[in-house]
Design a protein around this ligand. Structure first.
Ligand code: IPM
Ligand code: MG
Length: 354
């Protein structure tokens, strides 16, 4: 198993270091894991003048899976758009054809009180957000900022989806639902946007191949409201790129902290990039207080989806459950009466539990 490790910016290096400790521990048990590290995002820009250096992309292409920390720092916000860290992330997603982004939002019972919602609203929560990742307004042409004849500036982005792009993400969502509670809620804004009217039509067509799965549709604004009102009504949610970006941040807070949410981004052959759903948090970078669990749980997803090794995935998941049950908490999930630990100490605790 060759893993390209791309720590990135902000808290990226410190959370990825904890996941690498977990990999090292697994290696002791005989798993043949090789890792190679390369810069991406702001780190790529510093090293090679490019947020996705050619060597980093080549390494990621050759690897069996990619482990990514996070990209972005305010200090790069004034660079030309193509040089900014986020461009590196979008280019590697597109370049590796990672169209299916899986973002599970699961509540650990011990963390119910860390959520900003009442425990009875969130306890038992287990949602899988399936977000399309290589299309939509993120990549649609035309785009840009131009100057009109009257001298005023205009900004343009284009929401576009082809039928085949919608169909392939639909299939991923239905396949996953078949292994869960067999419910798919497709998110759109079909009352206003034609792109998502097509989205809804294609989802209905895909559903014909999955008679056991119950398909429902919800406008994105209502979905944002329902996620807060009664989140347990959802099993699998399937969304376009921009709606999924927004709703997955919202769903993460149901679980207590965005620091708990892993993700997998897969291509058609289950080659994948694994990263926490959260960002680079430059405000707390280098302080050893970030929560590494989303990154460690992303490694569990790597074993499940790319290496087809459910046993190792379960081992990692169980180790995380154990440290949470034992009361270990980073600052973002700390509540009175629990044991506040640093990022590196949390990593050590997971390794010990393994
Ligand atoms: C995410 C992030 C990215 C996105 C940014 C950093 C480009 O918010 O992975 O959700 O918008 O997809
Ligand atoms: Mg986001």
């Amino acid at each position: 198993m060759k893993i390209a490790v791309l720590p990135g910016d902000g808290i990226g290096p410190e959370i990825v270091a904890q996941a690498v400790k977990v990999l090292a521990r697994l290696r002791l048990d005989g798993l043949k894991i090789e890792t190679e590290t390369a810069p991406i995002g702001g780190a790529g820009y510093e090293a090679a003048g490019d947020p996705l250096p050619e060597a980093t992309f080549a390494l990621s292409q050759q690897a069996d899976a990619v482990l990514l920390g996070a990209v972005g720092d305010w200090k790069y916000d004034t660079l030309p758009r193509d040089s900014r860290p986020e461009r590196g992330l979008l280019r590697i997603r597109k370049g590796l054809n990672l169209f299916a982004n899986l973002r599970p939002a699961i509540l650990y019972p011990e963390l119910a009180s860390a959520s900003t919602l009442r425990p009875e609203v969130v306890s038992g929560l287990d949602i899988m957000i399936v977000r399309e990742l290589t299309g939509d307004i993120y990549f649609g042409q035309p785009r840009g900022i131009s100057t009109l004849e009257n001298g005023e500036r205009e900004g343009i982005n284009t929401m576009r989806y082809s039928e085949s792009e919608i169909r392939r993400i639909g299939r991923v969502a239905f396949d996953i639902a078949m292994k869960r509670d067999k419910k798919v809620c497709s998110i759109d804004k079909a009352n206003v946007l034609e792109t998502t009217e097509l989205w809804r039509q294609v989802m209905i067509e895909v559903a014909h191949d999955y008679p056991a799965v119950e398909l429902s549709h919800m406008y994105v604004d209502n979905a944002a409201m329902q996620l807060i009102r009664a989140p347990k009504q959802f099993d699998v949610m399937v969304t376009g790129n921009i709606f999924g970006d927004i709703l997955s941040d919202e769903a993460s807070m149901l679980t207590g902290s965005i620091g708990m949410l892993p993700s997998a981004s897969l291509d058609a052959n289950n080659k994948g990039m694994y990263e926490p759903s959260h960002g680079s948090a430059p405000d707390i970078a280098g302080k050893d207080i970030a929560n590494p669990l989303a990154t460690i749980l992303s490694v569990a997803m790597m074993f499940k989806y790319s290496f087809n090794d459910q046993g190792t995935a379960d081992r990692i998941d169980n180790a995380v459950k154990k440290v949470i049950a034992a009361g270990y908490r980073t600052a973002d999930i700390w509540t009175a009466g629990t044991n506040k630990v640093a990022c590196s100490a949390m990593g050590d605790a997971v390794v010990a539990a393994l």
